[in-house]
Design a protein around this ligand. Structure first.
Ligand SMILES: [Zn+2]
Length: 232
């Protein structure tokens, strides 16, 4: 009886606040949330999880001591991924990130990736940027992944002390020189001996993840993994 009432209530709420797919704007079915199954199915997946050594891992060679790294989607201009990312980052549709994080983590877990992960750490935004945007998008990806792996997210363990907007205009060489002080860990002892999955939305040069990851290793993290939703 109770379930029936909840289901009827859901249907009535749905009439006034239709649940819409974040990718194609079609109405979502009951078992779907944030994204419809067709959009999820059609995403341009990297299949990096099937590689022996994948391009994201190669990107970190000689820069960051990772155990493994993986990316879910190819980011292309004027693609559905760009639309999704835009809605996710700038239009307050945080559920899209959680949904994609979950979908990614289900694949990874099935393929025995990151199976010994203890905690998930999203790459933080600088305080002023987070205030402006309203939230840190990487946190929502991390939450989706953490649900699948059944581990905790530690969003505040690492702080971004430098607003590095201007970084995107510099060359990779210049960037690497001044990223060392971008992140700060207040209580490093909490991380000692932990296996950490560091999560970000899009990877381009990898400079941000390199800086954050190296701070985590300095704090005594024993194994470091990296996951991003997309690679540009
Ligand atoms: Zn859709």
């Amino acid at each position: 009886m109770m379930n029936w009432l909840i289901s009827v209530a859901d249907d009535i709420i749905g009439l006034f606040y239709p649940r819409i797919c974040g990718g194609c704007d079609s109405h979502l079915l009951k078992h779907e949330s944030n994204l419809c199954l067709i959009c999820l199915h059609n995403l341009p997946k990297t299949y990096f999880w099937d590689y022996d050594v994948n391009p994201v891992e190669k990107l970190f060679w000689g820069r960051l001591e990772i155990c493994s790294a993986c990316t879910f989607l190819h980011f292309e201009k004027q693609s559905v991924v760009q639309d999704l990312m835009h809605r996710f980052k700038y239009e307050g549709k945080s559920g899209i990130g959680t949904e994609l994080g979950k979908a990614f983590a289900h694949i990874l877990k099935d393929k025995q990736w990151f199976s010994d992960v203890d905690i998930i750490v999203p790459v933080p935004l600088h305080f002023t940027k987070e205030q402006r945007r309203g939230y840190n998008q990487s946190l929502y990806i991390a939450k989706g992944m953490a649900e699948v792996y059944d581990v905790k997210v530690w969003p505040n363990i690492i702080t971004r002390v430098v607003a590095s907007d201007s970084q995107t205009r510099k060359s990779r060489y210049q960037r690497v020189e001044n990223v060392d002080d971008v992140f700060w860990i207040e209580n490093p002892s909490r991380l000692k001996g932990k296996t950490v999955l560091l999560v970000d939305d899009v990877i381009t040069t990898g400079a941000t993840l390199e800086a954050a990851g190296n701070q985590l290793l300095k704090a005594g993290v024993s194994r470091l993994y990296v996951a991003t939703l997309a690679i540009a």
